[in-house]
Write a protein that binds this ligand. Structure first.
Ligand SMILES: NC(=O)c1ccc[n+]([C@@H]2O[C@H](COP(=O)([O-])OP(=O)(O)OC[C@H]3O[C@@H](n4cnc5c(N)ncnc54)[C@H](OP(=O)(O)O)[C@@H]3O)[C@@H](O)[C@H]2O)c1
Length: 249
């Protein structure tokens, strides 16, 4: 389904990003595997990918110049860019109006730089590359939190909600250029990011999921792969919930 396509997956050294890289490569895509610092894990992702031509791209996506560079390097090394998966992200607690103001502001800015502006900046450059090919797919890994909100994580939830609206806006604007844009809103997924909450209150988390388990990263990756395929072209603009029935709307 994705033979001849080139994908850039951010935050692909671990978790959902790694699963996306594996799933896209299974269907024939060449994958640029971005990571921030964890080279050993990124190499493990690389060695798990089917097919040839995959490569690593180190870089902190919170830096706008890195975003430009990631797209440029992908096109330079693989010849084109067809699929961008904006996956890299952080998740931290931040109770409202705590701690003191300067620290609080810094936490909000950092959250938006890593989770949201990274995706905006990468998409800017990706759209330029996709226009040259006459087609493209951009997929934002948002979150259930970005739809229903999340106590003690308002900055995280807001960054993900912003992604959902960005995806919808871009989908409308770019539809006639054959560039499709989507968001995915996962509930809890068994990755390093969720490890601590799952350890502390795994039972109560699972009790709120009708299917009776948290998601495996591959549950999300298969949804990403479907959206990246031509079968999902007409679905542009949607947000796909991947949450085991825990929040049906
Ligand atoms: N896990 C969940 O329950 C869940 C639920 C809903 C949505 N999500 C979203 O899914 C995405 C992936 O989450 P995950 O659970 O797979 O997280 P994870 O296990 O913590 O992995 C995070 C990945 O992002 C990379 N990364 C973090 N900051 C980066 C930066 N500034 N620049 C480049 N790469 C960066 C990490 O690279 P290094 O390895 O180099 O640090 C790693 O590859 C996130 O956007 C998250 O918000 C997760």
């Amino acid at each position: 389904m994705l033979q001849g396509k080139v994908a850039l997956v951010t935050g692909a050294s671990r978790g959902i990003g790694r699963a996306c890289a594996v799933a896209l490569a299974e269907w024939g895509a060449v994958v640029a595997v971005n990571y921030r610092q964890n080279e050993r894990e990124a190499l493990q992702t690389l060695s798990a990918l089917q097919g040839d031509g995959h490569f690593l791209l180190q870089g902190d996506v919170a830096d706008p110049e890195v975003c430009r560079n990631l797209v440029e390097q992908t096109v330079k090394q693989a010849g084109r860019l067809d699929i961008l998966v904006n996956n890299a992200g952080i998740y931290e607690p931040l109770p409202f109006s705590e701690p003191e103001y300067m620290h609080w502001q810094h936490a909000w800015r950092r959250m938006f730089d890593v989770n949201f502006f990274s995706a905006v900046n990468l998409s800017y450059h990706a759209v330029r590359a996709m226009r040259r090919e006459g087609s493209g797919k951009i997929i934002f890994i948002a979150s259930r939190a970005g739809i229903r909100g999340e106590a003690n994580h308002s900055h995280y939830a807001a960054s993900k909600g912003a992604m959902v609206v960005l995806a919808r806006s871009m989908a409308v604007e770019l539809a006639r250029e054959n560039i499709q844009v989507y968001a995915i809103a996962p509930g809890w997924v068994a990755t390093d990011m969720a490890a601590e909450p799952l350890k502390q209150r795994g039972e109560s988390i699972v009790a709120q999921i009708p299917v009776g388990r948290v998601a495996d990263p591959m549950d999300v990756a298969k949804a990403v792969r479907f959206l990246a395929s031509p079968d999902a072209d007409y679905l542009t603009g949607i947000t796909l919930d991947v949450n085991g029935g825990s929040y049906i709307r």
